[in-house]
Ligand binder design. Structure first.
Ligand code: ZN
Length: 181
């Protein structure tokens, strides 16, 4: 396994829609193991493949460090599709390993249904709400090239501008490996 540098705001791959996975072969399994190691090293609760420079439709989540989700197993979502989103919206403060130190309140659906392929190439459908839904929606956004600033209103986006430019020029202290300019 390997800890990979995390892509940050400004890296082109974070703005592109990722390619779907044709086959869950040994290479993909290795990618997923590296993603878990990279996420844990950075103490993240979710990570998308393009956050480690991989153009693949995969994200992982692990909420087991959170008080209310100790029993929830780490999960891998391959070629995910959000099938439905609740009309009910909820606000949470979000962070992102690709936007070091930035925090912002983001409004998203409270619950959802997602269809995806697991590591055994079986199709799965999952319903999620609360924090799992939040992390899933955030990570799914990565796979379609969207980031937190795209999900906040213009006023908040303005407030984030300077911080985003600092991240882009690597003027931030980060205690995990990130890509270099
Ligand atoms: Zn993120």
């Amino acid at each position: 396994m390997a800890i990979l540098p995390i892509t940050v705001y400004g890296d082109k791959i974070l703005r592109e829609k990722t390619k779907s996975v044709k086959q869950v072969d040994d290479g993909i399994i290795k990618n997923i193991k590296d993603m878990f190691e990279t996420m844990r090293n950075a103490r993240g609760i979710g990570l998308a493949a393009n956050q480690v420079g991989l153009d693949k439709s995969i994200f992982i989540i692990d909420l087991s460090e959170m008080e209310d989700y100790r029993d929830m197993k780490p999960m891998v979502f391959i070629n995910p599709v959000i099938e439905s989103r609740s009309d009910e919206l909820i606000i949470f403060e979000e962070g992102c390993l690709s936007l070091p130190l930035l925090r912002a309140d983001v409004v998203r659906p409270e619950s959802l249904q997602i269809r995806y392929i697991d590591t055994e190439e079986k199709e799965q459908v999952m319903e999620a709400d609360d924090w799992p839904a939040r992390v899933i929606l955030h990570e799914y956004d990565h796979l379609i090239g969207k980031l937190i600033p795209d999900r906040v209103d213009a006023d908040i986006k303005k407030e984030l501008k300077e911080q985003l430019s600092d991240i882009k020029s690597r003027k931030v202290q980060v205690d995990y490996p990130i890509t270099t300019l």
